[in-house]
Design a protein around this ligand. Structure first.
Ligand code: HEM
Ligand code: HEM
Length: 554
């Protein structure tokens, strides 16, 4: 006997009341059945989202006791080792959260760990999007929002790190001021404006506080909202496979499968952050002491996401300063502190448009690329990782020197050379590996996979038996887009428009387009399993739920 479940009367009443006014039932039904593709790499954006929520909640807790004031007091709280020490109210209030507020130290730890994981998950999420080409049309705007989110999150973290006014806080703010002062013409004014006078002054902590708890989180929240709305509207990309096309999305529906999974995953992320916070100490401000402009510590590192800026400043040579009309431009600070980060973020923001410009490809892409099938893009991604990673390591050049007992000058020079050679080597090796994998894919598509079974033919010859790949694998292998090496003025059958050869820019564009596609292995004319020595293999099934990209569930 079957029984239909009905919501309790009161709930139904409330539902009807709302539906009468807002007519949400129809839209709600459609939206709640929305299909989400399943792949572990799509959980990286979720980790960023959940750690952001944890930051908001723990941040509000911290504001209850934190005092954003530079007024000097003499400490007489419960941490005995600092009693009688003059310090700012900001530092004293953070010590108070640590030692006098119940659970205070744990919440500070959670806030800090969540910040570290927030930026890390964002970075890995961004790499996933980059290497799968998920930034291509129609998702360029979401990519740009992402780049803004990444930059803002770094600044938000730096400002949060500066709030407790302990020694590392003040050192971070000092570097920030140094970089600001290097700005041509306006540097000193910008610094005076932010600090309300000479460094450090009394104003900086209240100002950073306002930015940290109100303005930047507000902008982050709005941008994340827009990011999610756009994602919802455009739907997710999906990896190639059986039944997955540019027009169809395959995965689990929002209710119940995806909602339950996402809810559970939130608690998992929270548990990992809380576990780390309970057992692994981060930023023990009570051990560092209050900031005084005359003190400095050695071997101290900033939070990981500021590491690449630190490295950039540490290894850039102090070769020349430029004098323009009586103003000096300190290149050793200006270039590593502003120009290099500007180039890194500029390249990130522009890449989707550069790629579109040189390939002429204006099609919609909903099926993700396999990284090997876009060797130049994948190579450029490795250039970015190597460049960023080396700068990041260079930010710890003193720690590396001490650990490996090499001189500081040797590590500095190692990084100065590696920062140029590393990305070039990275690009060449990656591109070769991608092309090698493409050749292997082509081979597998044509001949099936190597079974490991060796047979001896009557003639005495030994052969390896190849078996047919599953239908799923064939779909994945066949997903490689045709290599578009089109001639000037052409539009190919995929709507890819050829670069124009006119003018200097036109010729440059053609050259780059050629560089982008040259060497790519063509799969055209390859008939699956047309090779010799094949035996039939197993076939796998596809996912259960499908939805067309224009919203109709099937
Ligand atoms: C993306 C968001 C955020 C990031 C990356 C971030 C990061 C940080 C970091 C790294 C610290 C230093 C923690 C420490 O002392 O060990 C900090 C401190 C602080 N944050 Fe945030 N935070 C964020 C959002 C918020 C929000 C939304 C609030 C408040 C509504 C907030 C309130 C505070 C307060 C009051 C402190 C000073 C107390 C302390 O240092 O323990 N934060 N934040
Ligand atoms: C606060 C930080 C961020 C949050 C909370 C966030 C959240 C998400 C989520 C939950 C998704 C869907 C699931 C997934 O693909 O992982 C997504 C997709 C996407 N994100 Fe982010 N993201 C953030 C930062 C970024 C950054 C830094 C970039 C790139 C620069 C970026 C670009 C994209 C793009 C292009 C998509 C669509 C991908 C697709 O459809 O396959 N996001 N984001």
């Amino acid at each position: 006997m079957s029984r239909t479940t009905q919501a309790p009367k009161a709930l139904r009443g409330a539902g009807n009341y709302i539906d009468d006014r807002f007519h949400l039932a129809k839209t709600g039904k459609k939206q709640l059945g929305k299909v989400f593709p399943n792949h572990w790499s799509f959980m990286l954006g979720e980790i960023a989202l959940y750690s952001f929520i944890i930051l908001l909640v723990t941040g509000v807790f911290l504001t209850l006791w934190f005092k954003p004031s530079m007024a000097e007091i003499v400490y007489d709280g419960s941490y005995e080792r600092l009693q009688g020490v003059p310090m700012s109210e900001a530092y004293a209030s953070t010590l108070y959260i640590n030692f006098d507020v119940r659970g205070g130290m744990l919440i500070r730890q959670i806030h800090h760990w969540a910040a570290l994981i927030f930026v890390a998950s964002m970075l890995v999420h961004m790499l996933r999007v980059f290497f799968t080409g998920a930034f291509r049309k129609p998702r360029e705007i979401n990519w740009l929002i992402g780049v803004a989110l990444f930059g803002l999150a770094m600044i938000e973290g730096l400002f949060g790190y500066s709030l407790p006014d302990d020694l590392p806080s003040g050192m971070g703010v000092r570097i920030l001021q140094g970089v600001m002062m290097a700005l041509p013409l306006v540097g000193t004014y910008v610094s005076m404006f932010l600090f309300g006078g000479e460094f450090p002054g009394e104003d900086i902590i209240p100002r950073l506080y306002m930015l940290h708890i109100l303005l930047i989180p507000g902008i982050l929240l709005a941008l994340i909202g827009a990011h999610m709305l756009i994602l919802w509207h455009q739907k997710h990309t999906q990896y190639p496979g059986k039944g997955r096309s540019e027009k169809q999305v395959v995965g689990s529906p929002m209710l119940p499968a995806f909602a339950v999974k996402a809810g559970g995953f939130f608690f998992f992320v929270f548990a990992v952050i809380a576990g780390l916070s309970a057992f692994v100490q981060v930023n023990p401000i009570h051990l560092f002491g209050p900031f005084t402009p005359t003190s400095i510590t050695s071997g101290l590192q900033p939070d990981w996401y500021m590491g690449f800026m630190e490295g950039s400043l540490r290894i850039f040579p102090n070769w020349f300063d430029i004098d323009v009309a009586g103003y000096s431009l300190p290149t050793a600070v200006l270039i590593p502190g502003l120009v290099i980060p500007g180039l890194v973020f500029g390249a990130m923001a522009l890449w989707p448009f550069i790629e579109q410009w040189l390939s002429g490809d204006k099609r919609h892409h909903n099926v993700a690329d396999r990284p090997r099938n876009a060797p130049v893009r994948t190579g450029m991604g490795v250039v970015g990782i190597t460049f960023y990673g080396l700068l990041w390591l260079a930010g710890a050049n003193d720690v590396l020197s001490e650990t490996f007992s090499v001189s500081l000058f040797a590590t500095t020079w190692f990084f100065r050379i590696a920062i140029i050679a590393g990305p070039i080597i990275g690009f060449v090796v990656t591109k070769r590996v991608c092309l090698g994998l493409q050749r292997r894919d082509r081979e597998q598509l044509e001949h099936g996979y190597e079974s490991g079974t060796i047979q001896q033919l009557p003639s005495g010859e030994f052969i390896e038996v190849h078996r047919e790949s599953s239908e799923e694998t064939v779909h994945v292998l066949e997903s490689k887009a045709p290599v578009s090496r089109i001639e000037v003025g052409d539009v190919d059958e995929n709507g890819v428009e050829a670069p124009s050869a006119r003018g200097l820019m036109g010729r440059l564009r053609l050259r780059l387009a050629d560089w982008y596609t040259r060497d790519n292995v063509s799969f055209e004319g390859v008939d699956p399993h047309s090779g010799h020595h094949l035996h039939h293999g197993a076939h796998e099934g596809g996912d259960a739920h499908e939805e067309s990209r224009d919203g109709a569930a099937t």
